[in-house]
Structure formats: C-alpha cells, structure tokens
Write a protein that binds this ligand. Structure first.
Ligand code: GH3
Ligand code: MG
Ligand code: MG
Length: 481
C-alpha cells in the first residue's frame, strides 16, 4: 500500500505531467504542423515511475489522454478516442522503459560526465524511440499525417521527448542538494540576463549573437552548483523553442547574409566551448594525478621506495582479517640491521643510506611477489609473508642472509657484510590483535639481538591462552660471521 505522501505525489505528478504536456502543445508546437519541439512530460513521466513505481503508469496514461484529446480532434468520435488511447499508451510505455533502463544501466543515476553517453542512449533515445514509433504509426494510420512526413516526424519526436528527459531528470536529481547557494544565485540571474539580452538582440535583427549563450552557460558551469546550470538550461531552452515555434528568435527563417554570421558565431562558440572543456578535463586529470602522487608518497618511504609504517599497517590489518576467515597462516617478520650505528660512524651517513637501499633491494628481489617488505623505522624493516609458516619464512630469511654474505658491500673501499636480526611471528586466526603481533615480533627480535645477533627467533602465539600470552620457541639458527 502507498503511504498518503505517495498518493499526494502521484496526484501532483499527474497534474504536472498534464500541464507539461499541454505546455508542450501550446507553447512548443510548430504551426500549422502541430509538431511539438519540446516534450518535458517525458522527463516528468520517468520521475513519476522512479518515485512510485507501477502505480504511476495509469496516472501517466490518464494525464496523457487528457492532454492529447484536444490536439487530436477529428471527424469520427470513435476513431479519435482510439488514436488518443494509443498515443497515451505510447507515452506510458516510454516512461516505463526509460525508468527500467535507467535502473539497469545507471542504478546510481547520472553521476559522471562519462555516463552521459549511456544515459542519452538507454534512457533518452531507446525509450522515446519506442514511444515515438508507436505515435507516428498511429498518426499515419489515423490519417493525421501523410506517410511521407512520418520519418521527419519520428526524428523530431525522438529529439523532443529525449530533450524533455535530458532537461528534467538531472534537475530532479540535483534537487535540492546541488541547488546554488547564496551568491551563486547571482550568477544564475546574470546568466539568464545575458541570455535574455542576446535573445533581444536576436529579435531586433542582430541574429547570430545568440550562439554566445554557449560560452555563457559554460562560464556558469564553472561558477555554480550543477542544479543552477540545469535550471538555467531548462528556462533558456524553453524560451528558444517557444520563440522558434512562432518563427521568431534565433532559428527563424533567415537571409543568406545572416546565415554566414550565424555559421561563424556557431563555429566560434563551439570551438570556445570545446577548448574550455578540454582544458578543464586536462586540469582534472592533473589534479587526479597529483592526489594519486601524494597518496603514494604518504604511504611509501622516499629513501628505499618500500612501504612505510603507515602503508604497512593497513596491509597487515587486512591480512590479519583474511587469515581469520581462511585459517591459512601468514607470517610477520621484524628485521633490525646489526650494529648499524657503526656503519654510519665509520663510513658516514650517506653510505649508511646506501646500505638501507641495498637491503631494500635485496628484500624485494629475494622474496616472492606476494610478500610485502616495508621500512618501518630507521634501519628496521617489517615483512608480511601471506600464506606461509614460520618454518618456511625462517628458511627464506636464511636465504637472504646467504645472499648478503655472498655479496659484501663496498663501503669506503672496504668489503662489508651486513647482517640482521629478525623476530618471526606466525598467525592463523587466533584472538591476538595486530598490535599484539607487532609486540610478539618485537620481543623475538630483542631475543635475537640478545642471543648474539645475525639470527631469527620465532614467537609462537598460544591459541589456548589469553591474548597477549605468548609461548616463545626460540629457534636460533647457526650463526655465521
Ligand atoms: P643493533 O645491532 O643493536 O641494532 O645496533 P645498532 O647500531 O643497529 O643500533 P640501533 O638499531 O639502535 O641503531 C640504529 C641506527 O640507525 C641509529 C641511527 O643513526 C641509524 N639510522 C636511523 N635512520 C637512518 C637513516 O635513515 N639513514 C642512516 N644512514 N642511518 C640511520
Ligand atoms: Mg634499530
Ligand atoms: Mg640495528
């Protein structure tokens, strides 16, 4: 059952639909052909279906029926009602199809510029083409139009109905959050005034100036919230179409001389608008790239290019969560270089930096692709080994040691072998927290240092005991100097 509020919406929606349809026939219809150039009712129909669902369909049908009736006055009363029924059904079907296609193709609505192509095709073109085809066939069959005029009418109906959706739906979506605020309304009024002046110029014979509404609108796009632009657009389009329907304004029949100026104004303003959009797009891309750059910089260590502590912590946290689900163990290792102060003291800080870079490089090349090393302190590294056991990782660390031993660094003309101590902790979905994992690895690292350095010590997390209660199994490895 619908709530009272929805019944009110349904009634008001039907009323607005009827008024928009009548407006289309009275203001935007060409004489004497009666072809409507702007059909805002299609946008209202789409919104009605989106808001109240299937119950909107009889309302649209009825409103369209009422609106169409006077426009299709014909000799035979029976024929008339038959054709008016089909026209109303066509309007109803296209509203339903537009709403279905919108939910299917763009469930979040029209959010990004890139969505506009899909929106134009699925929500504007296809549904209105179905409705327009029904209407044109119906009109041709009823003898309202000559069959030779049918293709032209079909084309105009599709455009007029699509335009209704293009003008109404974004405004609906922008309401009320994206409406202009405070001083932005001033820009909206200025833009409307600017367009009004151009229209008056056009009406007084200065034809062609009208195209300058394009850069005017573009200026507005970069000044006010989207809703202000949509509203301005709706008013301007309605004004142009209403004037043109009376062979007035910028699209009346004109002289060849006027045509040349019109051409120049058109290509000039189109160039200006396209250039401006391309520049804006370039600017957006640059802004994106810079955000990406700073984001990366915030999570990485500039000296080694490895993740820093801030980049490593969320990685460990998400692996910890994953392990809780999969129950396959992973390993956290903390590494601290041995007697690193001596290297700095003896060879200088820059050489010390070079040792850190080499260490990072060795870690990156000796580990699997899925293992993630990070520099979490001065000469401290953390490594996450997903889907591994402590025993496997201790062997990997041994391999790193052998590599370092086999490739001494040349510092100040001397060959120096760098060694490290490591604390290893395996976790497999126990009740320990990420902080407790770090603490456990840190304690094992301390033990490795105390035990003589250049070794790995494994901490075993006890599953049965309270979190934070660790049973440590020291697996010292043969020490090589
Ligand atoms: P231990 O075996 O007990 O770890 O001895 P250690 O000398 O390595 O002692 P400790 O870990 O306390 O010393 C770390 C040293 O690392 C101190 C600091 O000068 C140096 N260090 C920290 N960050 C950097 C850096 O970015 N570059 C260089 N070159 N040295 C750094
Ligand atoms: Mg240290
Ligand atoms: Mg150290």
């Amino acid at each position: 059952m619908l709530a009272a509020k929805q019944w009110v919406q349904l009634f008001l929606g039907g009323l607005v639909y009827y008024l928009c349809a009548r407006l289309g026939m009275l203001l935007f219809s060409l004489h004497p052909s009666n072809v409507t150039l702007l059909w805002l009712a299609s946008g209202i129909g789409l919104i009605l279906v989106l808001r109240v669902g299937g119950l909107a369909l009889p309302v649209i049908f009825f409103a369209s029926l009422l609106a169409n009736f006077p426009g299709m006055r014909h000799e035979g009363a029976l024929w008339q009602s038959w054709h008016v029924l089909i026209a109303a059904a066509a309007d109803t079907v296209s509203a339903l199809v537009a709403a279905r296609f919108l939910n299917w193709q763009l469930p979040d609505g029209l959010q990004r510029a890139i969505d506009l192509a899909r929106f134009s095709f699925y929500v504007c073109f296809l549904p209105t083409a179905i409705g327009a085809l029904l209407i044109v066939l119906n009109l041709a069959w009823g003898g309202y139009i000559a069959s030779a005029d049918a293709p032209g009418l079909l084309r105009n109906l599709i455009l007029a109905d699509s335009l209704g959706i293009l003008l109404i739906y974004p405004l609906y979506q922008a309401w009320p959050a994206q409406l202009p605020h405070g001083r932005e309304w001033g820009w909206v009024l200025a833009a409307l005034l600017f367009c009004g002046v151009l229209l008056v110029l056009d009406l007084t014979g200065f034809s062609g100036w009208f195209y300058f509404i394009l850069p005017g609108l573009l200026f507005l796009v970069f000044r006010v919230r989207a809703g202000g632009v949509y509203l301005t657009l709706l008013l301007i389009v309605a004004a142009i179409v209403a004037l043109s329907a009376r062979n007035l304004g910028p699209f009346r029949v004109f002289t060849p001389e006027e045509a040349h100026f019109r051409l120049l104004s058109f290509v000039f303003t189109t160039t200006l608008v396209s250039l401006s959009l391309a520049l804006k797009y370039h600017q957006l891309l640059q802004a994106d790239a810079s955000v990406e750059h700073w984001h990366r910089a915030a999570l990485h260590d500039p000296l080694t290019g490895l993740l820093n502590r801030g980049g490593f912590a969320p990685l460990l946290a998400s692996e910890h969560q994953r392990v809780v689900r999969s129950l396959r163990p992973s390993v956290l290792v903390l590494i601290d270089l041995d007697h690193f102060k001596k290297i700095n003291d003896r060879y200088g800080h820059p050489e010390g930096d070079r040792v850190l870079q080499t260490m990072a490089q060795v870690l990156s090349t000796q580990l699997r692709d899925i293992d993630r090393p990070a520099r979490v302190g001065g000469e401290e590294f953390a490594i996450l080994f997903p889907e591994s056991t402590a025993a496997q990782v201790v062997l990997v660390l041994e391999r790193v040691r052998q590599h370092l031993a086999a490739h001494p660094l040349r510092l100040g003309g001397e060959a120096v072998t760098v060694t490290f101590s490591a604390g290893v902790v395996e976790f497999a979905g126990g009740s320990e927290s990420v902080e407790q994992l770090f603490e456990a690895a840190d304690r094992s690292l301390y033990e490795a240092k105390a035990g003589g350095r250049n070794r790995s010590v494994t901490a075993t997390l006890s599953r049965n005991e309270k979190p934070g209660d660790f049973v440590r199994a020291a697996s010292s490895l043969a020490r090589r100097t």
